[in-house]
Design a protein around this ligand. Structure first.
Ligand SMILES: [Zn+2]
Ligand SMILES: [Zn+2]
Length: 477
């Protein structure tokens, strides 16, 4: 069995894998409550010949499926959690929730996990037939959305033995990610005051005032924080609906980003001070509760180049007129396509490299692989793949599964979760991952180079999880 046959193996399980993706889409579950989704993936792993380990890191919906023995140990990462409020009819071209306010797969994690299982199964077949040394492990990682499942798994040493990790994400472009995503930390600030009738408010101490003063303090902090930091917050409890009551309780959920975990932690310490100051000003008390954190993502040029070469070699899906027409109709609902591609071409690539791709701006589906850009630090989002990238060299790429420039976490994205374009994209992604794993198995010098690069980036320091040891993963809301 060679690389080409490994890639072709994905086609032999395509029907099973697309069914798995669709089944998970049909029952969207939120972070750390993905019991059915995890069960469906474990069932598929067993059918495909993997040894399943449950409760990885003591998390009920974290698991792994492994095959083979010896080194290298190749980790393939998958997800399966959904988002709140994004329930949506499959194939809709206007917002049509199935369950009002219900959950939906607005980030494509149904496809993410299914494709990663397909890739792991193809690598398993390769190891089985060639009898080469090596281990492939699919990691079922829960709670990516707001839960940093992989960081909790990494804290427990789940990836400590891996030589490298491979993953992907559904998107509207075929592109190897070179974004050095931010680290983040999520904190609850819970203020407690004293209730009173608002007409005799002198007796009360308002937790809502404290929360508002905290946010005001944070606005003044923004000017004095590094440009690579971001501060976001939500009122998760404003104390109720009665204006004639002095609110005795209020709660804020903060998401604090920095270029790395140290920077995010330093900013968190300053936000904590503001929270305590607000409590002091209002004679209320504040409880500061650490929810989760994730590390910045470290791209690996060596592995990125391997994935890029495979992405450019493995034939891309072909689309029908109907598929292009649906994508074009959807694009009209979010202001048309082209912005994302134009921005990438202008900001990330040299003009002469970008030029041949300009003709694609405005197309409904992107049917090409973008050239590799240089890695850059970005404040545009975080991923818990970051923690894996601090444990071993990691490669992460996007595959075109969606109408061009589909907004993330949107009803339009959920609507495309079971489409033929999604199926084609996830199978292509599985092939790129499988081919990359075969290259790593066959070229020890590539893995060595990836590890040297990794050691340089981390300064040889062992992974330190940004989540304190006593914090347990848990659902939000
Ligand atoms: Zn997401
Ligand atoms: Zn996602």
């Amino acid at each position: 069995m060679d690389k080409q046959q490994t890639v072709k193996f994905v086609d032999t399980i395509a029907e099973r894998i697309c069914r798995l993706s669709d089944d998970i889409w049909d029952n969207p579950e939120l972070a750390y409550r993905e019991f059915r989704s995890a069960a469906l993936q474990k069932e598929a792993l067993r059918e495909l010949g993997f040894t399943v380990t449950e409760n990885v890191a003591g998390i009920a919906t974290a698991f792994s499926g492994s095959f083979g023995s010896g080194r290298p140990v190749i980790a393939i990462l998958g997800e399966f959690d959904a988002l709140a409020g994004l329930s949506q009819k499959a194939g809709a071209d206007k917002c049509t929730p199935v369950v009002k306010g219900g959950n939906g797969h607005g980030c494509g994690h149904n496809a993410l996990g299914a494709a990663s299982i397909a890739a792991a199964a193809a690598v398993r077949q390769y190891l089985l037939e060639t009898k080469k040394p090596g281990t492939v492990i699919y990691f079922g990682c829960p709670g990516e959305e707001g839960g940093s499942g992989k960081a909790f798994m990494a804290r427990d040493g789940a990836f400590a033995d891996a030589d490298c990790a491979i993953t992907w994400h559904p998107a509207s472009q075929n592109i190897v990610s070179k974004n050095r995503n931010s680290a983040n930390v999520q904190i609850k600030y819970r203020f407690t005051g004293r209730a009173a009738h608002a007409a005799s408010a002198q007796k009360g101490r308002s937790a809502l005032d404290a929360a508002e003063l905290m946010n005001t303090g944070v606005q003044y902090l923004r000017e004095h924080m590094p440009a690579t930091c971001c501060l976001h917050y939500a009122f998760t409890d404003a104390g109720g609906v009665s204006p004639n009551v002095v609110q005795p309780r209020a709660e804020l959920l903060y998401l604090i980003r920095g270029k790395n975990s140290e920077e995010a932690a330093a900013l968190k310490a300053r936000v904590d001070k503001i929270a305590r100051g607000a409590a002091m000003m209002t004679e209320t008390s504040v409880r500061i509760e650490f929810i989760k954190a994730c590390s910045d993502y470290l791209p690996n040029d060596t592995l990125d180049a391997v994935a890029q070469k495979n992405a450019e070699t493995i034939p891309l899906p072909k689309y029908s007129a109907e598929e292009r027409d649906y994508a074009a109709r959807l694009a009209k609902t979010y202001g048309g396509s082209g912005r994302g591609l134009r921005s990438y071409l202008e900001k990330r690539l040299a003009p002469e490299v970008a030029e041949p791709f300009k003709k694609h701006i405005g197309e409904p589906l992107y049917e090409f692989v973008l050239p590799l850009a240089k890695s850059r630090t970005t404040t545009k989002g975080s991923t818990d793949v970051g923690d894996v990238s601090h444990c071993c060299p990691t490669v992460n790429f996007n595959a075109s599964c969606l109408a061009a420039d589909t907004p993330g976490h949107s009803w339009q994205q959920t609507a495309q979760g079971k489409s033929s374009v999604m199926h084609k994209g996830l199978l292509w992604a599985a092939k790129v991952m499988a081919a990359t794993a075969v290259d790593i198995l066959n070229e020890p010098q590539t893995l060595e180079a990836a590890k040297e690069e990794f050691a340089k980036l981390t300064g040889g320091k062992p992974y330190v999880c940004p989540i304190p040891p006593n914090v347990k993963p848990r659902p939000i809301g």
